[in-house]
Design a protein around this ligand. Structure first.
Ligand SMILES: Cc1cc2nc3c(=O)[nH]c(=O)nc-3n(C[C@H](O)[C@H](O)[C@H](O)COP(=O)(O)O)c2cc1C
Ligand SMILES: CC(C)CC(=O)C(=O)O
Length: 341
């Protein structure tokens, strides 16, 4: 799907989606680290056909990671993604930098299956606390089910492809609709705030009763702090290799964080998940579910809603087959013993 999307997208847009920070070492490692892990199946387990539902996320152990600017990939943008997520019964995490307003994304989602798990909403900490509060209330009113605070972006990563391509702003007509002022119609820019600290988490927890996840946790000490600050869960992530180049692959960060959390809250991971066997490996290392970022964009670019649906169908079939081949009945039954060494 990536190859097909690359044919269709303007090269600077493809590069924005595909690229990572600096030398892209972490970007490449996210994928290759999965290939270094090997699975050792058990036989004659009599596990039957696997059952994929995965609380607290949805119909399978996969969520759509928040990614910016879906209308760069397809005219319908986040509406198309929401329809595919709704039909598949998986959680879509709507980016703060979505190019369709959260209300319209939720309408599209409800239009397919009103009983599907509600989308979650991703936030970057903003120095303007009054604006954050207004946005939180707006997102609650739209019907999102949780917030995901991305804590890995005190400043914006340095993406050399974008610099080379002069890809700095959204093209004419596309805007971050969740940052539009309802009174004036003006759209503000997303701030990356190096002064934000744990008080931001405290404040958000006081602002909303919805579950608050923290995304971009890499250090076990931060995972413990997240638990202490009442996070509903965490997402182990290096932001798809787009922030600090030189970080370990996301899958390699996972085990020590799972150990630090000790089962107190669910741990998701994202970065480099491309196959059902990658999902099985992450779950074996203790993740409750995984996020996929770029695969959603490749699906969108190739065929809009149908492309995202196709990507999710492929993943679902691969996860189901990999679980069956490992002799496991459900995602939560996976343990480290299925991994070699
Ligand atoms: C084009 C693009 C845009 C992204 N935008 C956001 C964003 O707006 N907010 C956020 O928290 N993460 C964002 N991410 C990071 C993803 O949520 C996720 O961590 C990453 O894509 C996972 O890696 P993968 O693409 O290898 O699956 C973005 C990633 C990409 C590739
Ligand atoms: C432009 C940003 C808001 C999104 C992005 O590229 C990222 O988070 O990696």
């Amino acid at each position: 799907m990536e190859a097909a999307a690359r044919e269709l997208l303007p090269p600077p847009v493809y590069d924005f989606f595909a690229g990572g920070a600096d030398d892209e070492n972490t970007l490449r490692d996210n994928v290759s680290a999965f290939d270094r892990l090997r699975l050792v199946p058990r036989v004659l387990c009599g596990a039957g056909r696997p059952d994929l539902p995965t609380p607290p996320v949805g119909a399978m152990p996969v969520v759509l990671a928040p990614t910016a600017f879906h209308r760069l990939a397809h005219e319908d943008g986040e509406r198309a993604t929401a329809r595919a997520a709704s039909a598949a019964g998986v959680v879509m995490v709507v980016s703060m930098a979505a190019t369709v307003a959260v209300e319209e994304v939720l309408d599209a989602h409800r239009g397919v299956d009103p009983d599907a798990p509600a989308p979650w909403f991703q936030l970057y900490p903003q120095p303007d606390k009054a604006f954050m509060e207004r946005l939180v209330k707006r997102v609650e009113a739209a019907g999102c089910g949780a917030f995901v605070l991305s804590v890995d972006s005190p400043v914006f990563g340095h993406r050399r492809r974008d610099v080379r391509n002069g890809f700095l702003d959204l093209p004419e007509g596309l805007h971050c609709e969740n940052l539009r002022d309802p009174d004036t119609g003006a759209v503000r820019t997303i701030a990356f705030d190096p002064r934000s600290g744990w008080d931001c988490v405290r404040r958000l927890r006081e602002t909303t009763p919805l579950p608050l996840w923290l995304k971009g946790i890499a250090h076990p000490d931060d995972a413990r702090l997240a638990v202490r600050h009442g996070a509903a869960g965490i997402v182990v992530s290096n932001h798809g290799g787009r922030q600090l180049d030189g970080m370990p692959a996301a899958i390699d960060l996972l085990p020590s964080i799972v150990d630090a959390v000790g089962g107190r809250i669910p741990v998701l991971m994202d970065g480099g998940v491309r196959r059902g066997t990658d999902v099985v490996k992450a779950l074996a290392l203790g993740a409750t579910a995984v996020g996929v970022g770029r695969p959603v964009l490749w699906g969108l670019a190739t065929a809009g809603e149908a492309g995202v649906t196709r990507m999710l169908d492929l993943l679902r079939a691969e996860i189901s087959r990999a679980l069956a081949l490992c002799g496991v009945a459900r995602p939560s039954d996976l343990t480290r013993s299925v991994l070699c060494g």
